[in-house]
Design a protein around this ligand. Structure first.
Ligand code: SAM
Length: 344
C-alpha cells in the first residue's frame, strides 16, 4: 500500500514528542472502532451503542505514521472492541512495515475482550502482531457472564486466551478491573489462573470513566489490599521495575512461577511517568484519559493539511498534555467520553 511505503521517508531530524512537563511520549493507543460486542456492567449502561464514527483503515494508518515519525515506538490498537473492525489484519500488516526512528519494528499490541480471538489469534500473529492483552473480570463463568451480559462469553474468551498463547502472542496479559462487592471475590482465583494458564494477570483499579455513575472511592479495590489477599493464599515476591515508565507493580510467586501485576492509577497515580497519548476512533487526539478537550487531527487531515503541518499540530498538542489526573479530588470533572468511547 502506497501510504505505508512512505514510512521510509520519515523525517528523523524532526523533533520528538515531549510535553511541557518533560515527559517523552512514545506510546500511542488508537481506538479503531467505537463498537463493542460486550456490555460490561461497570463500563456501559447497556442502552447506548456506538457514538462516534470510525475512520477508513488507510486514514488510521496515515495518522499513526505521523506519530511514529515523531518517536512513537509502541502502538496499541483498542476500541470499543478492535476485533470487530473490518480491515484489522490489513492495518496490522501495514503497521508491521513501519520503522521507529531508530529503525526498529514497532511494538504492536491489541487490547481485546477476547470473544473473537480463537479464530483470529493465528492470523493476527501472521499479520505481524506481537502481543495481545485480554480483558477478563472473573474466572468463573457465571460471574463473568453477569458482567459481560453475553451468554457463553466465558468459554469463548478462555478458548481465545489459549489460542493466543498457542499462536505466540506473548507475553499474554489478562487485565482485570476490580469493583468492591462485585467481583473482588475473584482475586485469589485470578492468582491461580495466572499460574495455571501461564498468563500475566494485571489488576487495574476502577476509574471514573464509566457511562453510568458507579464510581466512588469506596468501590476501588486498592493495590495494598490485592497484594495482601493474594499473599495470604499464595505468597508473593516483588519483581523489580523494568523501566521508569512501568505502570504495573509486578510480583511473582514464592516458587518463581507466574506473574501478577497491579496498575493503581487511583491509589498510586503514575502520571509523572506517563508516556501515552491517545487517538479516538474518529481521529481526535486525547492527551490524557481524563482530558476535558480533544484535538481534531483527522479534521485537519480531511481539510488537506500536509504531513508536515499535521506533525507540527501533533507536537504542539502533546506539549499541552495535562500534568496529572484529579480523580478523587474536590471539583473532579468526568471526561467528556467514557472508556469504551475513548479506547482503553
Ligand atoms: N474491548 C476491549 C477490551 O475489552 O479490552 C478494549 C476496550 S475496553 C474499554 C479496555 C479496558 O478498559 C478493559 O480492560 C476494561 O475492563 C477497561 N475499563 C473499562 N472501564 C474502566 C474503568 N472505568 N476503569 C478502569 N478500566 C476500565
Amino acid at each position: 500500500m502506497a501510504i505505508a511505503s512512505l514510512s521510509t521517508l520519515a523525517p528523523v531530524s524532526s523533533p520528538r514528542l515531549t510535553d511541557s512537563h518533560g515527559r517523552v511520549i512514545h506510546d500511542l493507543r488508537v481506538s479503531i472502532t467505537d463498537r463493542c460486542n460486550y456490555k460490561c456492567v461497570y463500563c456501559r449502561t447497556g442502552e447506548v451503542g456506538p457514538q462516534y464514527p470510525e475512520l477508513a483503515i488507510d486514514d488510521y494508518l496515515r495518522l499513526i505514521r505521523l506519530f511514529v515519525d515523531l518517536g512513537i515506538t509502541k502502538v496499541r490498537l483498542t476500541g470499543g472492541e478492535p476485533l470487530l473492525r473490518r480491515g484489522l489484519l490489513n492495518l496490522i500488516r501495514e503497521l508491521a512495515t513501519l520503522r521507529t526512528r531508530s529503525g526498529e519494528t514497532l511494538d504492536l499490541a491489541v487490547t481485546t475482550n477476547g470473544h473473537l480471538l480463537e479464530s483470529l489469534a493465528e492470523p493476527l500473529k501472521a499479520a505481524g502482531l506481537n502481543r495481545v492483552t485480554v480483558s477478563m473480570d472473573a474466572v468463573d463463568a457465571p460471574t463473568f457472564e453477569r458482567i459481560t451480559r453475553v451468554p457463553g462469553s466465558f468459554d469463548a474468551v478462555l478458548r481465545g486466551v489459549r489460542a493466543a498463547r498457542a499462536a505466540g502472542l506473548t507475553p499474554l496479559k489478562i487485565n482485570c478491573v476490580l469493583l468492591r462487592g462485585f467481583n473482588d471475590d475473584q482475586i485469589e482465583g485470578f492468582a491461580r489462573f495466572a499460574r495455571e494458564e501461564e498468563v500475566v494477570v494485571r489488576f487495574i483499579e476502577f476509574m471514573p470513566l464509566e457511562e453510568g455513575r458507579l464510581w466512588t472511592p469506596e468501590i476501588v479495590v486498592g493495590l495494598r489490599e490485592i497484594v495482601d489477599r493474594i499473599h495470604r493464599v499464595l505468597p508473593l515476591k516483588p519483581l523489580p521495575a523494568r523501566d521508569a515508565g512501568e505502570t504495573a507493580r509486578r510480583y511473582t510467586f514464592a516458587d518463581g512461577k507466574g506473574e501478577i501485576g497491579i496498575i493503581a492509577p487511583v491509589t498510586q497515580a503514575f502520571c509523572g511517568a506517563c508516556s501515552r497519548v491517545r487517538l479516538t476512533s474518529d481521529g481526535k487526539i486525547r492527551t490524557c484519559l481524563f482530558s476535558q478537550v480533544e484535538h481534531d487531527l483527522y479534521g485537519r487531515m480531511r481539510a488537506g493539511e500536509s504531513d508536515e503541518e499535521l506533525r507540527s499540530y501533533v507536537l504542539r498538542t502533546v506539549q499541552g498534555k495535562e500534568a496529572r489526573h484529579h480523580i478523587g479530588e474536590p471539583g473532579f470533572l468526568k471526561p467528556s467520553r467514557s472508556m469504551v468511547h475513548i479506547g482503553g
